[in-house]
Structure formats: C-alpha cells, structure tokens
Write a protein that binds this ligand. Structure first.
Ligand code: HEM
Length: 274
C-alpha cells in the first residue's frame, strides 16, 4: 500500500450536506447520517469525505435505482449480462487506472493513489474465465462506454486532479455495494470459487472497513485550494451519471434475464443487510 498523506485540511462549507439530509434516504443500505438543521454561524466544520458522501447521495440513489441494478439486486442476472457488465467495467477501469498511474505524482491524485485498489488485472482474469479467452476481440465500445472514456481522457489531459472523483466513485463503491453485488450474482449464477469474481476481491486489503476509513482520511487531507473541492464533488456526480448510463445500456440484457428468472425468495433488503 502506498504511504498515506498528512490528514491536514477540513472544509467548512456544509450547505450541500444539509441539502442532502433533506432528501429521501437511499434504499439499498447506504444510509447517510441525518444532519440537524443549523445556521451557518453554528455549523460544525465539515470534512471533505463527509461532504462528498452527502453531496453525491442523490446521485448514488439514482444510479442504484436503474432497472439493471435493481434487476441484479433481485437476482435477475444471467451469464451474458454479467459478462457484459464486467466487460464494460474493464473498458472503464483500464482507462481510469492508466490515467491514475500516469498522474500519480499529481498532489491530489497522489493523496488517494493506492495500487492495492487496481482492478484491471483482476478484470482481465475474470474475462478470460467468463468468455473462455478471445474476449478482447469481442469487446465493444458502446456509446455510454465511449462517453465515459472520453471524460476520463479529457480529465487526464486537462484537469488530472479531478481523477480523485473517478477514484472515489468507483473504488469506494466497489468496496461497499460491490460486495453485495458479488453475493447476489454468485447466487444467481450458482457460481463458486474465485474464477470470474476476482474483481470483487481486494487481495491486498485485509480489512475493507478500516481501509475505507483510511481512504476517507486521505480525502480529508487532500491539498485542495480554491473551489477544487466543489469541482471534485461535481465530477463525482458526473461519474455517477456516466455509470448510470452504462447500466441503462445494459437494460436489454437484464430484461432477457428477468424472463428466465425463477422466484428466488430473496428480497433486495435481505440482500444488502449484511
Ligand atoms: C448494486 C447497487 C449498489 C448498492 C447495493 C450500494 C450500496 C452501498 C452501501 C451499502 C454503501 C455504504 C457503505 C458504507 O457506509 O461503508 C455504499 C457506498 C458507496 N457507494 Fe454504493 N451501492 C451500489 C451501487 C453503487 C454504484 C454503481 C456506485 C458508483 C458507480 C456506488 C458508489 C458508492 C460510493 C462512492 C460509496 C461510498 C460513500 C462514502 O462513504 O463516501 N455505489 N454503497
């Protein structure tokens, strides 16, 4: 694991948190703590990790509410849609991780750069197993994948500090809801063993919960100046939308899987209450 940056700065703008606290809570287990209404004078300082969590809560809820994701949570995933989903992730992760590595000396990127999070290699191994080799020739760059790629490349070229938002949105999601997804997909596909599921396992992270807290402290220590914090949060909201579009594109394959779905007696709430 790379060394940790100093946990220096906290931010005091909490208007977004108060705004988010008034919204309905998400439905799949990500519960953002309620925050009491407070005037600007009496408001306690807000750490950046709390701000970004609160100010992307609505985007998270929208993304996890796409019918493809809801389908996964209901156990309606077949091998073809799972393969497509992981292929899409590979397209995105390989581009994102290339940029993160390229800019890992950037003061912002460096603060959240952990090689132990890297997913591209695990995805390659999964796709080998899921497609039985030859998958690189079958990889399609759909419009939603292209838009996401374009954004990653634009950020890498023009404003690399915003890669923090790409790292946060994907990796913290993988360390959280991703673990739920694995369990349900495995159950749906009746799959056992590591093959095809390496993506969900962070072999170099022994305590996921502790790691997420370390990552949050790194966010709190970001050497942010001016309105960079606002820009990173805006970028994270954008990344959620890019992911939402990817899921919407996968909808067709989900509907096909739903037709095949047998009753499984396994509700979404049970699924995420571990
Ligand atoms: C299958 C659907 C999903 C479920 C069930 C789910 C569930 C969760 C849960 C339970 C948490 C809270 C974990 C904790 O407090 O330690 C969480 C956090 C998070 N999720 Fe999701 N999630 C889903 C989809 C996604 C997607 C698609 C993304 C991004 C593309 C995402 C990004 C995040 C992020 C960034 C966090 C961290 C929030 C923070 O603590 O700052 N999630 N998710």
């Amino acid at each position: 694991m790379s060394s940790l940056p100093s946990f220096a700065s906290t931010l005091s703008n909490n208007s977004g948190l108060r705004r988010a606290s008034r919204m309905a809570q998400p439905t799949t287990g990500r519960i953002d703590p309620p925050v009491a209404e407070a005037t600007d004078e009496e408001a306690a300082p807000m750490t950046f990790s709390k701000r970004i969590r609160a100010e992307t809560a609505q985007a998270h809820r929208i993304t996890e509410s796409t019918s493809f994701v809801k389908g996964i949570l209901r156990g309606a995933v077949d091998m073809e849609s799972y393969r497509n989903m992981q292929t899409g992730l590979y397209v995105i992760y390989s581009a994102m991780e290339r940029e993160l590595e390229r800019h890992n000396l950037n003061p912002l990127v460096r603060s959240v750069y952990f090689p132990s999070l890297t997913r591209s290699r695990a995805l390659e191994q999964d796709l080998d197993a899921l497609w039985g080799g030859e998958w690189k020739n079958r990889m399609t760059i759909t419009p939603a994948r292209q838009n996401y790629l374009d954004r990653i490349r634009w950020v890498g070229e023009n404003d690399p500090g915003l890669l923090v938002a790409h790292s946060y949105t994907r990796y913290m999601g993988d360390l959280s809801g991703g673990q739920v997804v694995e369990r349900i997909v495995r159950r749906s596909l009746k799959a056992e063993g590591k093959e095809g599921f390496r993506f969900f396992h962070f072999d170099d992270i022994s305590d996921v919960k502790a790691f997420k807290n370390i990552y949050r402290r790194c966010l709190d220590g970001l050497p942010i100046s001016g309105d960079q914090g606002d820009q990173i949060i805006a970028e994270s909201n954008r990344v959620f939308t890019l992911n939402q579009k990817i899921f919407e594109e996968l909808d067709g394959s989900w509907i096909r899987a739903l037709v095949k779905l047998a009753p499984i007696g396994f509700s979404q709430r049970q699924a995420v209450s571990y």
